[in-house]
Design a protein around this ligand. Structure first.
Ligand SMILES: Nc1nc2c(ncn2[C@@H]2O[C@H](COP(=O)(O)O[C@H]3[C@@H](O)[C@H](n4cnc5c(=O)[nH]c(N)nc54)O[C@@H]3COP(=O)(O)O)[C@@H](O)[C@H]2O)c(=O)[nH]1
Length: 804
């Protein structure tokens, strides 16, 4: 059986607040009851005391005169009777009568008893007052104190019991209404964890509106609201965490290298691709500046300038992108395309920087290879026409600034064609290489020697002190040609003819200077070869020919001298017809059949290309509509478009009008543009290409590989197709370099989402190679030469029959 103290102990532990409340109520009500009872007892005591004192005084007033009389009359018996009567009064325990000669004491006083006495004189009143004696009446207070003690105990006991039971009642009510709910809340909050957030706090009481409004209801509400908020926060956190995990994975698995830097450009994070690309483990580079990873570039001015400009551009423009030659941990260098952007926080302030990198080494290598291909002559290694023209322009600009002279020499080997025909192409090639070496040996470092094509060379002599200085160079070159060449085991004598034009005397335009040097070279040849000649104005007769050709070309349209030839473009894998290229021809009564290479540049220079181009477009579209009628199927038509046509603002409208007039679907028309147009890089060109693309017209890059061949430009324009120049295709079976170049172009084009046409396919072996490399389409004499429309329609009919 649990004892009371055990119960109390348990109660104290299970309900400390109730216990404390009980203790306090008991304490306060006890103290209060005690004080109240004490006052009550004291007042009762005073009243009883007063009653005793009153009884003592009553003895004086009630018995004084009769006692005096008994004394006067010396009636002792009466006196005694009277005194016994007094002693019978309550609480009066002793009478002491003192007379002058005697003392009478009646009644007993118990030992140590508390008493109260009253003394009065007994007198006889006649004409004077005679004192007979003195009576002392003593009352015993013991009863009074006994009563007092009993009362105290009774009051204490009743007050305690009352207080105790009232407290118990109050506590029970308080516990029922409050503390058990508080304990429940305490237990709930103690057990509150993220795993049971969905269980609300509910109190064991009716859910009335009064209960909802009271403090317990408010606290319960507050706890439940807190729980719901926590729940929502947790769900949001889980969602955020999942998002963060997803993005972290994306960044970690990104095919691009990713570096995240803080505001001071200190690396905070590097992804797996970065480590794979550079060899740096993230923990070894955290805290470092991304520009300081390469120890060889560390502190170099170039590197500091690069990162300074990156920082400035990111601050001003919000993004920096460019190609950077970086180093791996093992020192190996590689090219990467970097994009640097700031990371903004919610307030829009920069909290760090994101650096995305892509390894473009392979692309760069191909670009450099293509660039080399585009700028240098493969056979001799000399700059080609394009680079030579650039250098000439630079030399002219510099000479213009320095007021100096530039000599331009045009060289042609006198008997090259004969040697090529008799000794073969290899001998011809060896001759060209040796000639290039000999010409180069006669020049200073600042001069340029270039191969323009065939057996034509160009020499640029910048900073000439006088016109005649070029003569010395020309003579040295003629001298160096004197020793015989050993070709195919034979000694061969080869001479060269040199034409010289000088800036600024002969012209300040690079093209004109070339033409003049060319004219002078013909002059030198006509002098009997192995000679040189300076340009003179009389030599411009050649230009007269050009003028004559121009006036004929102006009338060519009107006189219906232009005609289109059509050459099929086929699916490489099946050989089936896919589209047709329209190729322009000019049949002039005086000049015969003139090929476009001869008159298109002139048409471009004079602007005649605009009406001619519109005519070509119209004829080509009409032809495609006709073929549909003949074959019953859609055959696309490719039309060559010169950069000059593109620069004409009316060009896109002219294309759309022609398509509408002919009733040809835009998707069946493909416009072929050269890389020269891309190099234009003007906003207008880009906009025209995009307008045509939006209209559904297909766009292709023609002669790819002969120009700048920057693959990065291809990304910026909406091209569908890329045409590999025939010069590469024709040698794929002979030159491994051309074969790898063609493979690279096909792969690159496919990776950029472009389809590829190989042009100039002449042999079956080439078709196998192209098929193997996944080239989409092919075009060339192997399938068909360009044919006049009549002949082409016959070809088409027989081809359709074969396919059917
Ligand atoms: N602006 C315009 N330019 C035009 C137009 N028509 C033609 N041209 C451009 O003139 C360049 C020379 O054209 P062409 O002499 O007609 O030569 C084309 C084909 O005949 C030739 N070809 C085709 N297959 C072979 C082959 O197997 N071997 C070989 N040696 N030559 C072949 O290639 C030329 C193909 O031209 P393209 O596909 O455009 O490169 C030429 O650059 C034309 O662009 C015109 O209307 N407007």
């Amino acid at each position: 059986m649990p004892t009371l103290s055990n119960r109390l102990q348990r109660f104290r532990q299970s309900s400390p607040l109730s216990f404390r409340l009980l203790a306090w109520i008991l304490l306060f009500s006890s103290v209060f009851s005690l004080v109240a009872s004490a006052i009550q007892i004291y007042s009762d005591y005073r009243e009883d005391l007063h009653q005793i004192e009153y009884h003592l005084e009553v003895v004086e007033s009630g018995y004084g005169s009769s006692l005096s009389k008994s004394l006067w009359s010396l009636d002792g018996a009466l006196l005694r009777t009277q005194m016994e009567g007094i002693l019978s009064l309550p609480d009066i325990v002793q009478l002491r009568l003192r007379q002058p000669d005697s003392e009478v004491v009646m009644g007993e006083l118990s030992q140590g008893a508390k008493t109260r006495s009253h003394r009065f004189e007994l007198t006889h009143e006649s004409d004077r007052s005679i004192k007979l004696g003195e009576l002392t009446v003593t009352a015993d207070l013991t009863r009074l104190y006994d009563d007092l003690e009993r009362k105290v105990w009774v009051i204490l006991a009743t007050q305690f019991l009352k207080t105790f039971f009232v407290s118990i009642l109050v506590i029970w009510i308080f516990r029922y209404l409050v503390t058990r709910h508080l304990s429940h809340m305490a237990n709930y909050t103690q057990n509150f964890s993220l795993s049971n957030l969905s269980r609300p706090l509910e109190l064991d009481r009716p859910n009335t509106s009064a209960n909802q409004r009271d403090e317990l209801g408010q606290v319960t509400d507050a706890i439940n609201q807190m729980r719901e908020r926590l729940n929502e926060d947790l769900q949001r956190q889980e969602r955020d965490a999942a998002e963060i995990r997803k993005f972290s994975k994306v960044i970690e698995q990104s095919p691009s290298s990713v570096l995240i830097c803080d505001r001071q450009w200190r690396i905070e994070f590097a992804n797996h691709k970065f480590t794979q690309l550079t060899g740096y483990a993230p923990e070894t580079i955290v805290g470092k500046h991304p520009g300081n990873l390469d120890p060889s570039a560390f502190n170099s001015r170039e590197n500091q300038q690069l990162w300074q400009s990156i920082r400035l551009q990111v601050q001003r423009v919000g993004v920096w992108q460019g190609e950077v030659n970086s180093a791996r941990k093992n020192g190996e260098r590689f090219w990467e395309q970097l994009i640097v952007t700031p990371i903004k926080d919610n307030a829009g302030d920069t909290s760090g920087y994101l650096i995305l990198g892509e390894d473009i080494s392979i692309r760069k290598r191909y670009e450099q290879q293509l660039l080399r291909q585009a700028n240098y002559d493969v056979l001799t290694g000399l700059p080609n026409r394009m680079l030579a023209l650039d250098r000439l322009k630079l030399a002219l600009a510099q000479a213009h600034r320095e007021a100096s002279m530039v000599g331009v020499m045009f060289l042609d080997l006198d008997n090259f064609k004969h040697i090529n025909d008799t000794l073969g192409h290899d001998a011809g090639d060896n001759l060209l290489v040796e000639a290039a070496r000999r010409i180069s040996s006669c020049l200073r470092g600042t001069s340029t020697v270039a191969r323009l094509g065939g057996d034509e060379f160009l020499v640029i002599l910048p900073g000439l002190p006088e016109k005649e200085s070029a003569d010395q160079v020309a003579e040295r070159i003629l001298q160096t040609f004197i020793p015989p060449y050993v070709l195919s085991g034979q000694e061969v004598f080869v001479t060269t003819s040199i034409g010289i034009a000088t800036f600024p005397e002969d012209s300040n335009n690079s093209g004109t200077l070339l033409q003049h040097a060319d004219a002078a070279m013909y002059q030198a040849k006509s002098k009997g070869k192995s000679a040189y000649a300076h340009f003179t104005p009389e030599m411009t007769e050649v230009s007269q020919d050009r003028l004559q050709m121009e006036s004929r070309l102006r009338r060519a349209l009107e006189l219906k001298e232009l005609e289109l030839n059509f050459q099929p473009i086929v699916h490489t894998d099946s050989g089936n017809l896919c589209a047709v290229e329209a190729l322009l021809r000019w049949r002039n009564p005086a000049m015969g059949l003139v090929m476009p290479d001869r008159f298109i540049p002139l048409a471009e220079d004079t602007g005649l290309i605009i009406p001619i181009g519109e005519w070509v477009l119209e004829q080509a579209c009409q032809a495609a509509v006709r073929w549909k009628a003949v074959t019953g199927r859609d055959i696309g038509i490719s039309v060559n478009v010169s950069p000059r046509q593109f620069r004409d603002p009316g060009f896109p409208d002219a294309v759309m009008r022609t398509l509408a007039d002919c009733g040809l679907a835009p998707a069946l028309l493909e416009l072929e543009v050269t890389e020269r147009l891309i190099l234009d890089n003007s906003i207008e060109t880009a906009e025209i290409l995009r307008r045509l693309d939006r209209a559904g017209v297909r766009l292709s890059v023609d002669d790819f590989g002969t120009g700048y061949s920057a693959l990065s430009y291809l990304k910026s324009y909406p091209f569908d197709t890329l045409k590999i120049d025939k010069s590469f295709v024709q040698d794929v079976m002979k030159e491994p370099e051309d074969a790898s170049l063609v493979k690279a172009i096909i792969n690159m084009a496919h990776s950029l989402g472009l389809r590829v046409i190989a042009e100039g396919v002449e042999e079956e072996a080439q078709t196998h190679f192209l098929k193997q490399e996944g080239c989409d389409f092919s075009q060339g004499y192997f399938y068909s030469r360009p044919l006049p429309h009549q002949k082409f329609e016959e070809w088409l009919e027989s081809n359709e029959r074969v396919q059917a």
